[in-house]
Ligand binder design. Structure first.
Ligand SMILES: NC(=O)c1ccc[n+]([C@@H]2O[C@H](COP(=O)([O-])OP(=O)(O)OC[C@H]3O[C@@H](n4cnc5c(N)ncnc54)[C@H](OP(=O)(O)O)[C@@H]3O)[C@@H](O)[C@H]2O)c1
Length: 242
């Protein structure tokens, strides 16, 4: 059973990823977030075969990441997969956004996944195998009013992905990003039904992607089908940017 770490695995897209990988029977999933949600607790009890676990970590505390990874290795052994999914989507016009909000966004969406990847990839390099998936967003390349800082953080994920893929490919490790379109989760709760309908109406498939669709793509990248895919950004947006 291969160990996969899913950050932000307590709800939304991360929970869908954690659930799907655990249900596949191929992975032992460790979901990371600040708090274990009721839904994750239910999913853990539901898997039965002890394939889904929760470990608490505030990823804002980058200084704790190294010890956290060491403890995980001690408890679970080699880590095969890392899904950098935790993120916040603070909206705001740049001109009036507080510096503290800008820093918090960049810290969690950019700095934390880079530092976490650094400590996890070292072990992957030693074992000569590994799969890393970074969750970016279509906003990284499309642009959206009120999301400039968020967009910068998600563009960082794409740039990080491409260069790291070059760096660790020779050691048998793949690094890819997924760019989801609008998915209905807590992160996007500020958008009303009209806004959702508008986005769906502009999409080729006239609907929105769901968290499960992102989870399927992660499962594919981690599986046999993904062995020769690296350094790419895969869009899952029901054709919103087609
Ligand atoms: N929803 C969309 O439309 C959409 C579109 C494109 C990309 N994305 C990206 O997809 C990812 C997941 O988004 P989502 O919509 O599923 O968001 P969500 O429902 O708000 O879930 C965010 C997850 O991140 C965790 N998290 C937040 N702050 C954390 C911290 N400081 N330390 C550790 N964990 C933390 C949360 O758990 P705790 O609060 O308990 O810590 C939760 O599990 C994000 O990177 C987002 O940018 C989302």
């Amino acid at each position: 059973m291969r160990n996969v770490l899913v950050t932000g695995g307590s709800r939304g897209i991360g929970l869908a990823i954690a659930r799907r990988l655990a249900a596949s029977g191929d992975y032992n999933v460790i979901a990371v977030a600040r708090r274990e949600s009721e839904d994750l607790g239910r999913a853990i009890r539901g898997t039965g075969a002890d394939r889904l676990h929760f470990r608490a970590l505030d990823l804002d505390r980058t200084e704790e990441i190294s010890t956290f990874v060491k403890e995980l290795r001690g408890a679970f052994g080699e880590i095969y997969g890392l899904v950098n999914n935790a993120g916040i989507g603070t909206e705001g016009l740049l001109a009036t956004m507080r510096n503290s909000e800008i820093e918090a966004l960049i810290r969690l969406n950019v700095l934390s996944p880079i530092v976490l990847t650094k400590y996890v990839v070292r072990h992957m390099m030693a074992s000569g195998a590994g799969r890393i998936v970074n969750i970016s967003s279509i906003i990284a390349s499309t642009g959206y009013n009120g999301l400039s800082v968020y967009a910068a953080s998600k563009a960082a994920a794409a740039g990080f992905t491409r260069s790291l893929a070059r760096e660790v490919g020779k050691l048998g490790i793949t690094v890819n990003a997924i760019a989801p379109g609008f998915v209905d989760t807590e992160l996007t709760r500020s958008l009303d039904d009209d806004g959702r309908r508008r986005i769906a109406g502009r999409s080729a498939l006239r609907r929105l992607p769901e968290a499960e669709d992102i989870a399927s793509m992660v499962e594919y990248l981690l599986g046999e089908g993904g062995r020769n895919i690296t350094g790419t950004v895969l869009t899952v947006d029901a054709g919103n940017t087609a």
